[in-house]
Design a binder for this molecule. Structure first.
Ligand code: SF4
Length: 357
């Protein structure tokens, strides 16, 4: 039987039940989900499914990440709500591709872990699955493992196995209204040009779940816990000195009032220059190197190859001895006696992240 898999949260318990019900069946997992955006999130969900299948002793295949094809299929339906027609097309695509794969591999049955997902319409999936069965002759296995106390058990398995529990269905079109309703920025959908791993980003979760897998393999004791914290994203930033845009590195947790300010250096102490407006602090790359024990030759080098976020926070704390401070702290190649104009659009927001203890 070929089992289409959408994510480990849905697949782990579903596969356990299928294994129980079909003890003589050779089960093969098929991760085909071009609807998962962005690609980092897709990799993270695959990583977790791989980990879960390994635990269950189930072979796993990865389908193609046909993002462009998927986008073409849902064109014109981007703004429809979850569970609407866009989702039907999305189920169609995933089940159709799965049944084709089942035929190619010679399986006589197929199913999907989407059937256990609380946000998916079992009725629609059943209809699509049985249509495909009549077209191909590959039997569709419909199972409702979520009724009764199925969902509770599914939740228990996720906890026991410390699986990655995502908080959105998958596509950017579903995520956008969800984040808007939560009044939260859609931070999943952007990456800094620096490639710095930001707090509670997909990249940070990838690191965390890779560590989890390593700890499991080494049979070490660990637990994934949650922490509430103040998160930060720099959306854009630019510094002009005497009307010329110059390379600048805006350090984490830098904000300015109404996203823009200007001023001149009023006072300099220990290599830190204080602007006469909006609590802005400037330092040269030389001073940054001294504080960070690094050897950046210029600000551009720092922009494209920054320190880890936590180390940057340490430098910030060395300069501004207040962990709750949100003043702008900016690194420039050199500090001059000119008028600086600063555009800085950043968001600070309450967030929750996971950590391994
Ligand atoms: S909300 Fe989920 S099911 Fe619907 S189209 Fe997006 S990824 Fe597919």
């Amino acid at each position: 039987m070929l089992v289409h898999i959408c994510c480990s949260v849905d697949s782990h318990y579903f596969l356990e039940r299928i294994q129980e019900e079909f003890p003589d069946e050779e089960l093969v997992g098929y991760f085909y989900d071009p609807n998962i955006h962005p690609y980092g999130e897709y990799r993270l969900r695959y990583l977790d499914v791989e980990y879960s299948c390994k635990k269950l002793g189930i072979k796993l295949l990865e389908g193609a990440y046909n993002l462009e094809e998927w986008l073409k299929k849902v064109k014109g339906m981007e703004h429809l709500p979850e569970k609407g027609d866009r989702c039907t097309v999305c189920y169609d695509d995933r089940l159709e591709t799965t049944v084709k794969k089942a035929q190619e591999l010679g399986h006589d049955k197929f199913t999907s872990t989407l059937l256990i997902s609380p946000k998916k319409s079992q009725e629609k999936l059943d209809k699509i699955g049985h249509n495909l069965q009549s077209l191909t002759g590959v039997e569709f296995i419909f199972r409702d493992y979520r009724s009764g106390n199925g969902q509770e058990k599914q939740g228990q398995r996720v906890k026991e196995n410390q699986l990655y529990r995502q908080n959105y269905c998958g596509c950017l079109f579903g995520l956008e209204p969800q984040r808007a309703a939560q009044k939260k920025i859609m931070d999943e959908m952007f990456n800094p040009i620096s490639n710095q791993v930001l707090p509670e980003s997909i990249e940070e979760r990838l690191e965390l779940y890779n560590n989890r897998t390593k700890l499991e393999e080494e049979e070490k004791e660990y637990k994934i816990i949650k922490q509430r914290f103040l998160n930060y994203r720099l959306l854009s930033g630019k510094v002009n000195a005497a009307k010329q845009t110059i390379p600048s590195y805006i350090m984490c947790y830098s904000t300015v009032n109404r996203n823009r300010t200007n001023g001149r250096v009023e006072y300099t102490k220990d290599g830190i220059s204080y602007l006469n407006r909006d609590e802005v602090k400037l330092m040269s790359i030389e001073k940054f190197n001294e504080l960070a024990n690094t050897n950046y030759s210029c600000v551009k080098e720092l922009m494209y190859n920054p320190l880890r976020f936590e180390l940057e926070q340490e430098i910030r704390n060395k300069v501004i001895k207040n962990p709750f401070d949100l003043s702008a702290l900016i690194v420039l190649d050199e500090i001059a006696d000119v008028k600086y104009e600063i555009n800085l659009h950043a968001e600070t927001y309450e967030d929750v992240k996971e950590a391994i203890i």
